[in-house]
Write a protein of this length. Sequence first.
Length: 183
Amino acid sequence: MKPRPHFRRLAVAAVVVAGALAVSGLPAAASTATQAATHSLSSTGAGAAATACATSRPRNGTILYAGITGGLGRLTIKNRPDQDGVVVLVRGRSKAIGVYVRARATTTVGNIKDGTYTIYFTTGSSFSVCQGRFTRGASYWRVNDRATFVAPPQYTIATLTLYAVSGGNAPSTQINPSGFPVP
């Protein structure tokens, strides 16, 4: 029996300025391959033993962390026009997936295993690859409702929008940077 998509919508609620998030169901499409993570470090000074964290702007859709994968779930992320973002899904106490989304860009993450996830996101500029954080203008958010991805024969396809949208249905709360699960 061929798996079929499960369309899911969360209760409607308003969201705040810097980190709004909307979740809605999308029609199924061909599976999306998860991209490999890219990391880079740079050395400072000639012969220096110390290694400094490099800041970079990873490519859109770069997977920063992939700890729990192997499902049919898909998540499309649409980012705001003025800042890059990182979205992290946490299942239980385990980081599942972290993905980088450039400003004014959309990316789709596949291979999301069935289960219930807490969604965190951060926006900012000058991303530090070794700290897994933005170093300028960062704000940190947690989506109040959990997202559930169902197991076959159905599967979940969801969309997250990292800015306020009319009819947004996933309220978020600004959190302390120490509460953000670094990818």
